[in-house]
Design a protein around this ligand. Structure first.
Ligand code: ZN
Length: 85
């Protein structure tokens, strides 16, 4: 396995790591791999941002119900994730 192969993630693997990151911090090696991937892959970068946004919204929602309806936003995020896959 060459160095580039080790460093470059597939989008599928990157998406896996992004989802994993919502539950637990990634090991440093995978964190670097994901960081590098999102430098060069706009699709996964967007996916990562949406994932982080979703996590924040969900956390807020657990802490206190949001005064604004987020159904439309959630639908848009889910649609964007579907498009990405
Ligand atoms: Zn990608």
């Amino acid at each position: 396995m060459g160095l580039m192969h080790t460093l470059l993630l597939s989008c599928r693997k990157a998406a896996e790591l992004i989802e994993q990151q919502s539950f637990a911090p990634l090991p440093p090696g995978q964190k670097v791999q994901l960081w590098m991937h999102t430098r060069i892959c706009a699709g996964c970068k967007v996916f990562q941002h949406q994932n982080e946004l979703m996590d924040r919204l969900l956390e807020q929602r657990v802490a206190e119900p949001l005064p604004i309806p987020t159904t439309q936003l959630e639908k848009r995020i889910i649609a964007a994730i579907d498009n990405h896959n």
